[in-house]
Design a binder for this molecule. Structure first.
Ligand SMILES: [Zn+2]
Length: 151
């Protein structure tokens, strides 16, 4: 998982779709037909869903935990740093601010959202990380599993 920060947005999106954290398929909200994934240079994600009948469009992350105008590479970085057990929260914010140039209000907001997902399954994120450690599981992978289960 260490290579994750080197992945292209396309690789990250494919990984998230494979992990069932973003939709693999979707229906048009206008006419209910199955939409097609098309390349989109105008979208930061590089892709979008399009309805071949009415031309309706939808973002690839729409309706998922990862729905956000924030580039997916930055967002996945926040989630990854949040999930690791090595640093205290303040160090995590400083690291993301310096290394990934993500402003603190954004990291605070997303780390809070991660905690909220956690609370649906565990008592707190501390309890979650400890149980992952005990089970020798990656907290990042376990978190993505929770995200896939809640949608
Ligand atoms: Zn349609």
């Amino acid at each position: 998982m260490q290579t994750l920060i080197c992945w292209s947005p396309e690789q990250i999106l494919k990984f998230l779709a494979h992990s069932r954290c973003i939709p693999n398929q979707t229906r048009c909200s206008g006419c209910g037909l199955e939409m097609v994934l098309v390349g989109a240079a105008d979208c930061p994600d590089g892709f979008k869903w399009r309805c071949s009948s009415c031309g309706g469009e939808k973002g690839v992350r729409e309706g998922s935990f990862f729905a956000s105008p924030l580039p997916i590479s930055k967002l996945i970085y926040i989630v990854y740093v949040w999930s690791v057990d090595y640093w205290d929260p303040d160090t995590k914010h400083s690291f993301l601010e310096l290394e990934a140039r993500i402003p603190r209000p954004t990291t605070s907001e997303w780390m809070h959202r991660c905690q909220e997902v956690c609370l649906k399954f565990h008592a707190s994120d501390g309890v979650f990380r400890r149980s992952c450690k005990k089970e020798k599981r990656s907290a990042f992978e376990a978190f993505l599993e929770m995200v896939s289960l809640q949608q």
